[in-house]
Ligand binder design. Structure first.
Ligand code: AMP
Length: 405
C-alpha cells in the first residue's frame, strides 16, 4: 500500500510517499513559493537497496505555479513520470495523510476526512488563521487529484488533548473558555508523540516520565508520561513557551498592552513583531542557529545573550516539567537544532546535577544517524537525541486508523 503525506502551507507543500507496511520512504519533496513565477520543486527519490546514509537522487525545478492545485499536479507528474517516477498512476495511492495544525477540542485523535470533519477544520480557521486555511486547501486539492484515496487528517494539537484541565486552562473569566474556547492547545504533537514512543521503547519503560524538547524553527517542550502529554510549552497559539527562530516565546502580556496602548502598534503589527521579528532573529539578527553559533565562537555579545536566553528558558521548563511528572527518566532532544547543535545540548544540561542530568561530552560531539544516548556514566536521567519524522508519524497514524476501521 502507498501512503502519501502532505503538509500544505500558505505558499508551500511538503510531501513524502511511503510503502506500507514496510514503512519505507520512497520519495519526498518540497514545493515552495507557490503563487509566483519562480516557484521551485525539490523532489528526492530514495533507493531502497542503497546502504543507509546514501544520498537520494534529487531533481530541482523552477517553474511558474499560480496555486496549490497546479503545484500538487506537478508533484503528481513527478511521481508518475520518468525519470524519478515511483508510481504509474495516482490511483495507486491508497491513503493521503494531511498534517492539520489545529484540531481544537474536537479532535483528540486522527480522523478520516468527511464533509463534517472539513467543516470543523474550517470552523477552527479563526484560531490559526496562518495555518488551518492552508491545510484545508491541501485537502481540497488532494481530494480532486487522488480521487480513489482515503483522506486522513492528523492534527498537531491532538496529542496534547490529554492535558489535565488545570494545565490547559488560563486564569481568565470562565466564559472566555466556555464560549470562545480560550485555552492552551499546544502544537508539534506529532513530533512529541513520535520521539516519546521511541524513547519509551528504548528505555523498555512504557510508563517512562519524559521531557521531549523539539527545537526547530518553532520550538516546544512536552511533559509526557506513559505516552500521554501532561503539559506543553506552546499555548492557545504557537507563540508561547520557548524562544524560537523568529517567535518570542513567553512574554508578559503587559508588554503587548504597552505596545498597543502607548506605542501605537496595531494588532497586526504586534502579530508580525511576535511571530516574525522576535526570538533569535530579534535578539541576535539571525534565525538560524548555525549563524548564531558562528557569531558566538568569535565572542559576539548579542549572540552570546541570545544563546544564554534560549538555553535558560529550556532549563527552566525542565525544572517545571520535572515537577509536573514528579520525577524524570529521560529528556529527548529533537528537530533541526536539537538533533544537530551540540552546544545547545551542552548548555541545557550544564549545572543540572540536581535534576540528575550528566552529559557525556564526547558522545555529545559525535554525529551518527538514529537514536543516540548521550548520558554520562553518573547520569540518573537518560539524555537522548532522537531524529523526528513528522511525516512517518502521520503515515503510521493513517495506517493505524484504517486498521481499526
Ligand atoms: P526544523 O524546523 O526542524 O527543520 O529545524 C530548522 C532549524 O534547525 C534551522 O533554522 C537551524 O537553525 C537549525 N539547524 C539545522 N541544522 C543545524 C546544525 N547543523 N546546527 C545547528 N542548527 C541547525
Amino acid at each position: 500500500m502507498n501512503i502519501f503525506v502532505v503538509n500544505s502551507g500558505s505558499s508551500s507543500i511538503k510531501y513524502q510517499l511511503f510503502r506500507w507496511p514496510a514503512e519505507q520512504p520512497v520519495c519526498s519533496g518540497l514545493v515552495e513559493r507557490i503563487g509566483s513565477e519562480q516557484a521551485t520543486i525539490r523532489h528526492k527519490v530514495f533507493d531502497p537497496q542503497a546502504p543507509e546514509g546514501n544520498p537520494p537522487t534529487e531533481q530541482f525545478h523552477t517553474l511558474p505555479l499560480p496555486d496549490h492545485e497546479v503545484g500538487l499536479r506537478e508533484v503528481v507528474r513527478l511521481l508518475t513520470e520518468q525519470p524519478g517516477g515511483v508510481i504509474q498512476d495516482p490511483g495507486e495511492i491508497a491513503v493521503v495523510g494531511h498534517r492539520v495544525v489545529h484540531g481544537g477540542e474536537v479532535f483528540a485523535a486522527t480522523a478520516l476526512i468527511t464533509e463534517e470533519v472539513k467543516a470543523e477544520i474550517k470552523r477552527l480557521f479563526v484560531l490559526v488563521p496562518l495555518h488551518n486555511p492552508a491545510n484545508y486547501l491541501g485537502i481540497e486539492v488532494a481530494e480532486r487529484l487522488f480521487i480513489h484515496a482515503q483522506q486522513v487528517a492528523v492534527f498537531d494539537t491532538a496529542f496534547h488533548q490529554t492535558m489535565p484541565e488545570y494545565a490547559y486552562r488560563y486564569a481568565l473569566p470562565t466564559a472566555l473558555y466556555e464560549e470562545q474556547r480560550l485555552r492552551k492547545y499546544g502544537f508539534h504533537g506529532t513530533s512529541h508523540q513520535f520521539v516519546a514512543a521511541q524513547a519509551a521503547t528504548y528505555l523498555s519503560q512504557p510508563d517512562a516520565r519524559l521531557i521531549t524538547i523539539h527545537l526547530g524553527n518553532g520550538c516546544s517542550m512536552a511533559a509526557v508520561r506513559g505516552g500521554r502529554s501532561l503539559d506543553t510549552t506552546m499555548g492557545f497559539g504557537p507563540l508561547g513557551g520557548l524562544v524560537m527562530g523568529t517567535r518570542s516565546g513567553d512574554i508578559d502580556p503587559s508588554v503587548l498592552l504597552h505596545l498597543q496602548g502607548q506605542l501605537g502598534y496595531s494588532a497586526e503589527q504586534v502579530s508580525t513583531l511576535l511571530n516574525k521579528q522576535s526570538g533569535m532573529l530579534g535578539l541576535a539578527g539571525s534565525n538560524d542557529m548555525r549563524d548564531i553559533g558562528q557569531a558566538l565562537a568569535v565572542g559576539d555579545a548579542r549572540a552570546t545573550l541570545a544563546y544564554d536566553l534560549y538555553c535558560y528558558r529550556i532549563r527552566q521548563y525542565i525544572g517545571a516539567y520535572t515537577a509536573t511528572l514528579n520525577g524524570l527518566d529521560a529528556i529527548v532532544f529533537t528537530a533541526g537544532v536539537g538533533e544537530n547543535d551540540a552546544m545547545v545540548r551542552a548548555r541545557v544540561c550544564q549545572d543540572m546535577e540536581f535534576f540528575g542530568l550528566q552529559l557525556d561530552e564526547v558522545k555529545n560531539q559525535e554525529r551518527a544517524p538514529g537514536l543516540r544516548d548521550l548520558s554520562g556514566p553518573d547520569s540518573k536521567v537518560r539524555i537522548l537525541v532522537i531524529p523526528t519524522s513528522e511525516e512517518l508519524e502521520i503515515a503510521r497514524q493513517c495506517a493505524q486508523l484504517l486498521a481499526n476501521e
